[in-house]
Structures are given as C-alpha cells and as structure tokens.
Design a binder for this molecule. Structure first.
Ligand code: ATP
Ligand code: MG
Length: 362
C-alpha cells in the first residue's frame, strides 16, 4: 500500500483547449479512501487515467509511495483499475479473465489459482468462474471488474464510476460491498463519481473538482457543512442549498432587493460580512426553522409550494424570483398560501463573497 500525491498536476490535451486538469495538489494518505467528485467534464477521469498511466501528465508530478511515477510504465505502477467500461475478454471464462494479468506478470500457476479462489469468495463471484462474460448481468460484470483490479494486490485501487450501470438497489448494495472491502483490506483507493451521495457514503475525504480545478479536499461532513465556496455548496446536497444575493439595507439587514426578505444581522453575521454591502447567503433546507409565530430575527413569507415526501415535508416560500426551500418534520402541517416565519441560525447560515464565491469565515 502507498500514499498518492499530486503536485501541481496539469493536463492539457491540446494547446488550443483549456486545461482538463488545472494545477491540482492532492495528498491521499496510505489506506485512505478518496472520492473525486464533480460535474461532467471537470477532469475526474483524466486525473484517474494519469495515475494509471493511460494518459500522460502535461506538467507536475504524480507520486506513489514516495516515487514519481510520471514516466513509469503503467504495469509497473502498482495500480489496479476498475473502469466503467473496462471490457472483459469475451472468449475467456471469468476464471481466466481474473487470472490473465497475473499470468502476464509471470505469477506461478498455483499462486494464480489460489488468488482466483480467494478473490472470488470475497466478491461473491465463485459460482461465475466457469461462465463467459456474455452470460453475466451488468452487476456481476462490475463485481468481476473489481475482482480483476484487486487480484493483483495493487498499491492503489482506482475505480471510475464502477457502479454507474447498476439499478438503484444494486448500486446501494455494491456501495456497501465496496465499503466493506475497503474496511477489511485498506487499499489506498480513489473512486471517481459524479454522484454526491456515493462520494459521501464511501469516502474518507472528498476532492471536489470543477473546470479541472480542485475546489476543496476534506471529509464528507466538512465539505457538506463548511463548503469552501459557492460551487461546492451548490453541488452537494439534495435539495440543493438555497443561495441568493442580498444587499445591506438602511437598517443593517441583509435584504433581497424587491422582496420582503430582510434578515437582521447577528453579531456573527456582521463580523463575517465586514464592510461588504452585497453578499450571497446560503442555507440548506434543513437549516431553516419554519414556524407560525414571529420570533426575533425571523423573516415572514407566504408558503407557495408544499411537498410531502413521506419522511419529511418540504415547504417553499417565494421571495420574488427566489424560492426558499425549507425542510420540516412531517408533523408540522403547512398549506400553500399560509403565512409562516423563517428563522436562520448562525450555525446554518453561510455567506459567500459576491465576486469570488468564496465562503466567508471569521
Ligand atoms: N482524449 C481526450 N482528448 C481531448 N480532450 C479530452 C480527452 N479526454 C477528455 N478530454 C476533455 O477533458 C475534459 C475532462 O474530461 P474527463 O473525461 O476527465 O471528465 P470527467 O470529469 O471524467 O467527466 P464525466 O463525468 O463526463 O466522465 C473534458 O473537457 C473533455 O472533453
Ligand atoms: Mg469520466
């Protein structure tokens, strides 16, 4: 096993296109499970492919276990890959698909057999060993893919959207399997996903990418609760964080222009705000308290939509163009048209710089 480091890593596919990976620095600890998370085209697969050696590095260094591997042959990097569409060899039985790379590396046949047996038990694919790939469901193929990556006992395990073709139930089941595998084996693992729940559920730390740039690299809870900027705040969470621009009014409140939304500043918010006369406010639906009666600092509004979801109710309150969504317990009954009071605690309120989008901190 080994730690994995990105030092100022850049990937530019051609001189006329923007950088696919733009000066990324990252340190994945030995045995850590990291998720690369971000929207389509943000450079996740490119990053993984550079680690694997399937793509060259334009500049910067990738280091595994203390050794720069930019120019090391892919098969000598000690990485195991399970990619979304990493094809199994159709004419070979699953057994031989698994054994293929070991044999190619000259591993002795008794050792090959014992590893095939061991890994198959581990991933519950023993009964598939004498079948050919065409006979497998997509979930079974993805298991075999992961087994094939693990059988070489890689220093670093790389997974690119390994669960993307599965239906929702199987996805969650396989997610649990991967987590168990990691807890037991502690491979340094990097998973690429654009599914924030998958990243949150699996990873020790999440690296959020946008336009090839690293936005934040931290634990799931830190990334969720203390997003580094507006992009990260908006990318994680379903429903997304409410984020809208406000201006300081004559009574020193944060006011949404043209609406009745005016939030008096607590000392904390005033400190964060500094001398700014515009900021963006960000608050998750779970961070808004909805009540019928006014309390100091509450903002009144009229309910415009109600979504009863079974385990919670979502209440939307419209202020001009902005629909502020709040999540309330099922026991609280609100109807569209009813007047409510919204309260925001300091703890749940985020402020973002209007220009840079960076989260304001004390
Ligand atoms: N082989 C290539 N040649 C040229 N440009 C490429 C190549 N592969 C990727 N790109 C470009 O690099 C950028 C990042 O692509 P990448 O595949 O890393 O994104 P991704 O984050 O994995 O996206 P997705 O979630 O859609 O898989 C994109 O703009 C893409 O068009
Ligand atoms: Mg990709």
């Amino acid at each position: 096993m080994a730690e994995l480091t990105f030092r100022n890593v850049v990937k530019q596919y051609s001189p006329t296109t923007p950088r696919a990976v733009d000066n990324v620095n990252l340190e994945v600890h030995d045995g850590e499970f990291t998720a690369l998370l971000g929207p389509s085209g943000c450079g996740k697969s490119t990053s993984l492919r550079m680690i694997a050696g399937l793509e060259s590095v334009t500049s910067g260094e990738i280091i595994i276990g203390g050794k720069v591997i930019n120019n090391v042959h892919p098969k000598d990097r000690g990485v195991g890959l399970a990619f979304e569409n990493y094809a199994l060899y159709p004419p070979l039985k699953i057994r031989d698909n698994l054994a293929f790379n070991l044999r190619a590396h000259g591993v002795a046949e008794p050792e090959v057999q014992s590893r095939v047996t061991e890994i198959s038990k581990y991933l519950h694919i023993s009964e598939l060993l004498d079948l050919k790939p065409a006979a497998l469901s997509s979930g079974q193929k993805q298991r075999v893919n992961i087994a094939r990556a693990l059988i070489r006992r890689p220093a670093v395990l790389l997974l690119d959207e390994p669960l993307s073709h599965l239906d929702a139930a199987l996805r969650v089941q396989m997610r649990t399997e991967i987590k168990r595998l990691h807890i037991e084996q502690r491979f340094t693992t990097v998973i690429v996903t654009h599914d924030q729940l998958e990243a949150m559920a699996l990873a020790d730390r999440i690296a959020v990418l946008n336009d090839g740039k690293l936005q934040q690299f931290d634990t799931p809870l830190e990334v969720f609760n203390h997003p580094a900027n507006e992009f990260v705040a908006g990318f994680l969470g379903e429903p997304p964080m409410n984020i809208f621009s406000v201006e300081r009014d004559a009574q020193d409140r944060w006011h949404l222009p043209g609406t009745a939304f005016a939030l008096p500043m607590s000392d904390h918010v005033r400190t964060l705000s500094g001398k700014r006369d515009k900021v963006k406010l960000g608050v998750r639906p779970w961070g808004i308290e909805v009540a019928r009666n006014a309390t100091p600092g509450s903002v009144s509004g009229t309910v415009s939509v109600v979504e009863d979801l079974g385990d919670e109710t979502r209440v939307g309150v419209r202020f001009g163009e902005v629909l502020v969504m709040a999540s309330v317990p099922l026991t609280k009954q609100y109807k569209s048209g009813s007047l409510v009071q919204l309260s925001f605690s300091d703890e749940d309120l985020n402020l973002f710089d209007i220009q840079t989008g960076d989260r304001l901190t004390a």
